[in-house]
Design a protein around this ligand. Structure first.
Ligand SMILES: [Zn+2]
Length: 355
């Protein structure tokens, strides 16, 4: 476990153990929490993947679902949209479960657990990934750094010169973090060319979809439709190729959003209700993206900016939390304990600055 997530897990366990979570759960019952997951995996540590943060062990997911089913009220995202349209309030301690990208493990590992606990969820799909056209660009970067025989390369990007150390797995993971931060700054038009050049420099071929490690594989449309027919799962949009929308020009942005909507409608027969901005940070989408998503017929959109949903939250930038890595972290998140602690810290700092 990396150091940051280890200290987060300890903090979460302390918040739950100290009773702050149960205090926050009562005090903040009117707020809604939206959780974001990506893929699930059976075992952590497939040597073929460098970034494991996108693939939560299924046992952890199962225990989070057991907690949510016992102590919280898991509702579909559609209920939030409907409540807002009718000016109604949501049930106390409500939680919304979402998955981003559209991994096969959503069907193979998460769906049986959601069915067992009768928990609804939304799966935001990257439609080109499900179509089998291409893997997502960040998967290619991960695999290129993971599969190369090189032990080091110098890489110039955004006027920075990076020395990417690739000798050990840990060095490859650190190089990936460093490189991804730079690649997310590139203009959308330059991104795929940069990935092509990187594969060439690292001496690796572009992998085919069949060549992907199991946790990275996409859902098929049949799997997506199976989940929809259960009435428990909604399929939402997440663009066609997973670009960062704020780095796209207007035409590309519109095409990403409308192609995604059209592919979902063609394959499932339904217009998707909800959308999630790729990467989802405050700088990863803009006013134009929000307007285009709305014009395309979506009724709400989720960001990845951390926060809790209340009646004032904007429907086209709903805040979400990233995947909890333990059941304690899930409880500290959905109860509002993390948020309460953050507010206390801020008011303490404010009070200190006034002294
Ligand atoms: Zn995504």
């Amino acid at each position: 476990m990396p150091h940051a997530s280890q200290s987060r897990a300890i903090k979460a366990a302390a918040l739950v153990g100290s009773g702050l979570a149960s205090y926050a759960r009562t005090r903040r019952a009117k707020e809604t929490t939206i959780l974001t997951f990506h893929g699930l995996c059976e075992n952590v540590g497939d040597p073929g993947i460098l970034d494991w943060s996108l693939h939560l062990p299924v046992a952890v997911f199962r225990s989070i679902c057991a907690l949510l089913a016992a102590e919280y009220r898991v509702i579909p995202l559609a209920e939030l949209v409907e409540a807002r349209a009718n000016n109604q309030s949501l049930p106390d301690n409500s939680v919304i479960i979402t998955f981003d990208d559209g991994y096969a493990s959503n069907f193979e590992l998460a769906y049986p657990i959601l069915k067992k606990f009768e928990l609804p969820a939304t799966v935001f799909v990257t439609t080109g990934f499900l179509d089998g056209e291409d893997m997502m660009w960040f998967q290619r970067v991960d695999l290129a750094l993971s599969r190369t025989q090189k032990e080091q390369i110098n890489w110039k990007i955004n006027d920075n010169k990076l020395s990417l150390q690739l000798g050990t797995r840990k060095e490859r993971q650190e190089s990936l973090v460093c490189l991804m931060a730079e690649m997310k700054e590139l203009h959308d038009m330059d991104l795929l060319g940069e990935v092509d050049r990187l594969e060439l420099a690292l001496g690796v071929a572009t992998p085919t979809l069949a060549d992907l490690p199991v946790p990275m594989r996409p859902l098929t449309w049949d799997m997506a439709c199976d989940m929809i027919y259960s009435g428990l799962i909604e399929i939402g949009g997440h663009t066609h190729t997973h670009p960062i929308l704020s780095s796209c020009d207007s035409m590309a942005m519109r095409a990403e959003i409308s192609t995604c909507r059209d592919r979902i409608r063609a394959e499932t027969g339904d217009l998707p209700l909800s959308f999630a901005y790729p990467n989802g940070g405050a700088d990863d989408y803009n006013r134009e993206s929000m307007l285009m998503v709305r014009e395309a017929g979506f009724k709400c959109a989720c960001s990845m900016v951390n926060g809790r949903v209340d009646e004032h939250s904007a429907l086209f930038q709903l805040p979400r939390y990233g995947s909890p890595e333990s059941v304690w972290e899930a409880e500290a998140t959905v109860s509002g304990a993390f948020e309460t602690l953050k507010e206390w810290r801020q008011s303490c700092l404010k009070a200190m600055s006034l002294i």
